[in-house]
Design a protein. Structure first.
Length: 185
């Protein structure tokens, strides 16, 4: 008997983009000493005397054997309009990201009545979903790793999701983005 596949859950990132974009009337004014320390820190980073925080984090990942770990991210878009002033084509999406996350399985879940997003979402005509795999940690020179170019795209048309190439002639607004989590049945 074939073991059932884990469920896919589309979890949004815990973003506060709207809050970060607001003016903060209580913004701290830096003292001259704090300003000089900040400038010195920036100069040390530029000159390579000091490492950027993401490099330090990635070096820790290399030492812990986590440098090759990947995330599977998703991006949900709302169709804005068509733009025919650009020449080019779109690439065909992969049939699978891994043995569980295949385009057929995702398509089946998208067209089911299951709640697979962690927020209230009702698709509208021409909404698009893009799923891709990427490394969890930034690249560090001298630590080569295989390139990843696996992605899938889907489009909601005629009241159902279908596998699709998202054309670069279409423009979209970002609705939500996040990371895919696999859950037990």
């Amino acid at each position: 008997m074939k073991k059932p596949l884990p469920k896919i859950k589309f979890c949004t990132y815990n973003n506060s983009i709207a809050e970060e974009g607001l003016e903060n009337p209580k913004k701290k004014v830096l003292t001259t000493e704090e300003m000089n320390l900040k400038r010195q820190n920036e100069l040390e980073l530029k000159l390579g005397i000091k490492k950027y925080p993401y490099v330090i984090e990635t070096e820790k990942a290399i030492n812990q054997g986590l440098y090759l770990n990947t995330n599977i991210e998703w991006f949900l878009f709302r169709h804005k309009d068509n733009s025919f002033d650009i020449l080019g084509s779109s690439n065909a999406s992969s049939g699978k990201i891994n043995d569980i996350i295949t385009s057929d399985y995702v398509l089946e879940l998208l067209n089911s009545n299951e709640k697979i997003f962690d927020f209230e979402y009702s698709p509208k005509e021409k909404d698009a979903l893009y799923i891709s795999e990427s490394y969890e940690y930034s690249y560090v020179m001298g630590h080569e790793r295989p390139s990843i170019y696996k992605y899938m795209s889907f489009k909601f048309e005629n009241n159902q999701w279908g596998k699709n190439r998202i054309s670069q002639f279409e423009r979209f607004d970002n609705i939500a983005k996040g990371k895919i989590q696999l859950t037990d049945l």
